[in-house]
Ligand binder design. Sequence first.
Ligand SMILES: Cc1cc2nc3c(=O)[nH]c(=O)nc-3n(C[C@H](O)[C@H](O)[C@H](O)COP(=O)(O)OP(=O)(O)OC[C@H]3O[C@@H](n4cnc5c(N)ncnc54)[C@H](O)[C@@H]3O)c2cc1C
Length: 431
Amino acid sequence: MGQLNASVRYSLGMEASTAVETATATEPVFTLALTQDQKDVRDWVHGFAKDVMRPAASEWDEKEVTPWPIIQEAAKIGLYGFEGIAQFFADPTGLTLPIVNEELFWGDAGLGMAIMGTTLAVAAIVGQGTGEQIGHWIPRCYGTPDEVKVAAFCASEPNAGSDVSQIRTTAKFDDTTNEWVLNGQKAWATNGGISDVHVVIASVDRELGSRGHAAFIVPMSECKGITQGAKVSKHGLRASHTADVYLDDARIPADYVLGGKEKLDERLARVREGKKAKSQAAMQTFEASRPTVGAQAIGIARAAYEYALEYAKEREQFGRKIIENQSIAFALADMKMEIDAARLLVWRASWMGRTGQRFDNAEGSMSKLKAGEVATWATERAIHILGGNGYTREYPVERWHRDAKIYTLFEGTSEIQRIVIARAISGMHIK
Ligand SMILES: Cc1cc2nc3c(=O)[nH]c(=O)nc-3n(C[C@H](O)[C@H](O)[C@H](O)COP(=O)(O)OP(=O)(O)OC[C@H]3O[C@@H](n4cnc5c(N)ncnc54)[C@H](O)[C@@H]3O)c2cc1C
């Protein structure tokens, strides 16, 4: 088949697999037509979300403990685990990962985060680890279907949330034992303290600010100095475990620094000589992971929209269905439009990340910002449409509203996303 330009391919609605096959390195293709594989994965995950997650959601939200049986069920069908995640990542269009996340979080966000929280650590290992480290540590993040494990990514600290340059956890190298020694306190770590594999961001040289940071693997099964602090009781995502993590002379072998010690020493030497750090690479990694988080927010928003639509078509007041009032029908129209708009931004950014496009306008941040704000707004609208029922725990929309709020906070708050976008479009150092 001859080469078509991207807009013609888009309007023809070509199957993604065909379109991607015809793409050249200089002319990547974007299409909204899902491949049969993508549709199959979507329907498979939707089935799990509907049959396993939805019926269990309220119970685990109330209990606020890690839903190990649900994670195990996901592992048994291959939805949770190394092979599953590798298959979702492998899709050359980049759309499978957001599709999977949207369906899971449509099922339930707390359970969804219990299943997907491990990918934060996995993404750091894939992004920064050597081939050997990836092969060794990623299977350990997931365990096996008979003995499932989770993993934690620990960057935030009590005084370093948005401003990661303030990280105080230190990693010092002990030449006598050939070990790293970590000390500090991590805050709000998803799966913190219940994981074996903890990826910990620590400062190797405080004077270099965030350019002196490195990522370390601290496995609880091998290291006495890592312990769980207080478990956090939360507004939403209550089935997902969040806790402080303490590092108290936590000793790990030299080669547990991601990327290897030699590479780290070279990088630090370059920075000390005043050479430019590879901040663009880090920026690209964040931009590529943000759409996945946005897709989770869209799953919650879609759940609330669908529920409110059905309710409005059933509920009668003043002798007519409440949806027959324009104010209700228009609210639902706006919800549908905003959710679809957010999904388009998420899919565009996912496709850009997977096909190696430059995020010149911080398109990844745009997608996460829009999706998080749409989810918070749409779930509030859904409560409103359900009236008094929406405010009670007899109906799921209040849970979805509680779950949605975190999407304007973690993985960079809405203000931080706006700063990133503003800097990208202006080239100025906006504060
Ligand atoms: C449920 C949950 C799970 C989490 N999971 C993890 C995890 O697995 N790993 C991890 O490392 N962290 C995790 N976090 C931490 C999360 O990433 C941080 O909470 C988040 O980055 C915000 O940091 P902060 O809470 O310190 O807020 P702050 O940085 O103190 O911000 C407070 C407010 O000030 C605003 N603000 C800050 N700076 C500026 C500025 N320059 N301009 C304008 N406004 C600004 C913010 O937007 C926000 O509204 C999690 C948090 C929660 C609640």
